[in-house]
Design a protein around this ligand. Structure first.
Ligand SMILES: [Zn+2]
Length: 344
């Protein structure tokens, strides 16, 4: 994390930020140093979509704009704009414009600590790229980041909040920094039961989560494509599991790539809070739907959270070593749904 050293003698910045505080210097908001354009296939629409990430002023946050629909209305990347989480996270703007599959790009923006950007897109969804957030991170890194004259804000979790839906659970707990614990459980012997814990500090998102790809099961993908969904899905943009094998020639990028991708999804979904979370996320068989319900529940209780200026070291607190505990077991003690398939 880049830190602004605001001191009693720092003049303009001190005035802009309200000065140094007893708990340390402030962190500044960031945008891109330059616009960056790319294109790719939408996994659901199956057609080519072009995207440009534009720098945006401090305090404006992340927003999308549909250039193919006039581009006049911004679609804020916020938890209360989520309209569909069945296969991806879809947002809606005031004028009714939609944009889908935003979660991997949002995860990359969160992981790169970008606060303000306008995402201009000429189709109904963000391209799937290789199914991970790594291509977005490379594009953001290529454009470069620019610090802005405004303090970065975070959403501090003040008390535990939990949402359960069937056999899925997601929680936010008070704690230093931003930590994630994700547990998945699938009948399939390749995916099986995996758990992952890590603190998102010092660039761990880029190395530990960003390359992890989305995944699907061959029989489910065939059903979805027969129903006109996932028309852009291929071995180029998803791990495809068939029985006890992986169809992708290159195999997995991590042994626990499935759990890592669920953690990546959570990072993207939670960035819809509008600012980085200060607290601990714990997801058990979590997905886009329950992640969004978790934010809705958090923000419905004014005592459960507070917005505050981020101070140096708060997201990479020394007490929060970027240690991670990765576990994978093939045993599976959790109960099954009647169809034998856990909810994804
Ligand atoms: Zn995903």
């Amino acid at each position: 994390m880049e830190i602004v050293q605001v001191t009693a003698h720092s003049g303009r910045r001190e005035t802009d930020f309200g000065g140094d505080g007893p708990d340390g210097p402030f962190v500044r908001q960031k945008t891109l140093a330059a616009a960056v354009a790319f294109d790719g296939i939408g996994i659901h629409c199956g057609t080519k979509v072009s995207v440009t990430l534009h720098p945006a002023p401090p305090g404006s946050g992340i927003a999308f704009r549909r250039s193919d629909e006039g581009g006049g209305t911004l679609i804020p990347a916020r938890w209360d704009r989520v309209v569909n989480t069945r296969f991806c996270t879809t947002l809606v703007g005031d004028g009714g414009s939609h944009v889908g599959t935003v979660e991997h790009l949002l995860a990359a923006l969160a992981g790169c600590e970008i606060d303000n950007v306008v995402v201009e897109v000429d189709g109904p969804e963000i391209p799937i790229m290789d199914g991970s957030a790594a291509p977005f991170v490379a594009l953001i890194d290529g454009a470069g980041c620019e610090e802005q004259d405004a303090p970065r804000r975070g959403i501090r979790v003040r008390k535990p909040v939990t949402v359960s839906d069937g056999r899925s659970t997601a929680s936010l707990l008070p704690g230093p920094g931003f930590t994630l614990r994700v547990e998945i459980d699938f009948e399939n012997p390749i995916v099986s039961r995996q758990s992952l814990s890590l603190a998102l500090v010092n660039g761990t998102f880029k190395t530990e989560l960003a390359p992890a790809r989305t995944f699907g099961f061959l029989d489910q993908i065939e059903q979805m494509q027969a129903a006109g969904l996932a028309r852009g899905g291929s071995l180029e943009n998803a791990i495809v599991v068939d029985g006890d094998g992986i169809l992708n020639h290159g195999g997995l990028r991590f042994e626990d790539e499935f759990a890592r991708h669920k953690a990546l999804d959570a990072v993207g979904d939670l960035y819809l809070a509008g600012a980085p979370i200060l607290g601990a996320f714990h997801g058990i068989r979590s997905g886009h739907d329950i992640n969004n319900k978790l934010l809705c529940t958090l923000f419905a209780d004014s005592e459960a959270w507070s917005e505050e200026v981020l101070r140096a070291g708060e997201l990479d607190h020394p007490a929060h070593e970027p240690t991670r505990r990765l576990a994978r077991t093939s045993s599976n003690p959790w109960p099954r749904a009647p169809d034998g398939r856990p909810p994804s």
